[in-house]
Write a protein that binds this ligand. Structure first.
Ligand SMILES: Cc1cc2nc3c(=O)[nH]c(=O)nc-3n(C[C@H](O)[C@H](O)[C@H](O)COP(=O)(O)OP(=O)(O)OC[C@H]3O[C@@H](n4cnc5c(N)ncnc54)[C@H](O)[C@@H]3O)c2cc1C
Length: 325
């Protein structure tokens, strides 16, 4: 395997329903890499969009929820977090007043989260809505505005917040936080109906906790990673084929691991068998995933496991109260 960092995927090289490779921009200019299987893991479905494929997306104006907020986090050092916690605990009225004043002064006051040592504080960053994660002007505005607010917070907290007198800016997020832009149109669209009905897909590649204890764990089908309109392109991660309700939890990090691992295994099977990714045998894929330790509800190696049926296997639901990230 040859790893190439510092290379930005630019254009897929299309040949009918096949992608023969991808061009990359880098310090060395534009170069092409040819491949049997392409995995678009850009999170924003860049390669499919550049291929001119249809995709799903909610408009930035229409999306008011957290999925449509962009933000950069930041880390401060020089903090005495124990003093801050003691202040919150011992004088809740003063704490409420301090945060109310910060809200007035800063428009919106971010709350510090405990870090890995007493002198570190984490801020997840202001959630800025009304921007698109695939519009470079919007991305630029959010980068600048997030940092403007970060400096304003630092100034305010140093003057007002017990434990923050000597705080200093250690790191602002190296990468802007985007939760959703485009979603794949795949061979199967994983939807709220799938997990409400507890459907167990015959091509299951892993299992996600459901968003509520009312529902069974969610069976994730391989077809939700396979492009509907291309035969050898897989799209794991937060842009997999699903509806917005499903994206709300399938975009979480463990679920992205799940789909990313499955896409890697499927690509290896397709390339070694010289077949299209869309034609990978579900049983062979499940057998290899099982061998690697993936938890599956369907029988590994079986191509005939049925969709549906009562939920079985350990229940690992997160609750409806679990905060969205
Ligand atoms: C602020 C914030 C807080 C969150 N907190 C949590 C949390 O606490 N727990 C949790 O489970 N989830 C959390 N999430 C959600 C989760 O982090 C993301 O949904 C998940 O990481 C998405 O993974 P991904 O690999 O699909 O996409 P991404 O993490 O976006 O990775 C895509 C990668 O592709 C690269 N890339 C993009 N385009 C190109 C291109 N054209 N060429 C080459 N490379 C490219 C990017 O640089 C990036 O490295 C949070 C999300 C945000 C924004």
């Amino acid at each position: 395997m040859k790893l190439l960092l510092h290379s930005w995927a630019a254009e897929p090289l299309l040949d009918g329903r096949h992608v023969r490779g991808v061009t990359f921009e880098s310090k060395q200019g534009r170069r092409a890499i040819l491949a049997e299987v392409i995995i678009d893991a850009t999170g924003d479905l860049d390669l499919c969009a550049r291929a001119g494929l249809e995709f799903e997306a909610e408009t930035k104006a229409g999306g008011a929820g957290i999925a449509h907020c962009l933000n950069t986090g930041w880390l401060w050092a020089g903090v005495d977090f124990a003093r801050w916690i003691a202040f919150k605990r011992d004088d809740p009225a003063a704490y409420r007043q301090l945060m109310a004043d910060a809200g007035d002064a800063l428009d919106f006051a971010e709350r510090p989260v405990v870090g890995w040592s007493n002198d570190v504080a984490l801020f997840l960053g202001p959630r800025l809505s009304g921007y698109s994660g695939v519009d470079v002007s919007d991305l630029t505005r959010v980068e600048v505005e997030s940092r403007r607010r970060m400096v304003a917070h630092l100034d305010h907290f140093r003057r007002q917040a017990p434990g923050f007198e000597n705080a200093w800016l250690m790191l602002s997020a190296p990468q802007i936080g985007v939760r959703h832009t485009r979603r794949l149109l795949g061979r199967h669209r994983l939807t709220i109906d799938d997990w409400r009905e507890g459907i167990r897909h015959r091509d299951e590649i892993g299992v996600s906790p459901s968003p509520s204890q009312k529902f069974a764990n969610v069976s994730v089908p391989y077809r939700a990673l396979v492009a509907r309109d291309l035969d050898n392109l897989l799209a794991p991660g937060r842009h997999m084929s699903c509806d917005p309700q499903t994206q709300a939890f399938m975009r979480e990090i463990p679920q992205c691991w799940l789909t990313g691992q499955a896409a890697g295994v499927a690509a290896a099977l397709a390339a070694s068998g010289r077949i299209a990714a869309a034609d990978v045998d579900a049983g062979a894929l499940q057998a290899e995933l099982s061998r690697q330790g993936t938890y599956l509800q369907v029988d590994a190696g079986s191509t005939t496991a049925m969709a549906g049926g009562p939920p079985r296997g350990p229940k690992v639901s997160i609750t409806a109260d679990t905060p969205a990230f």
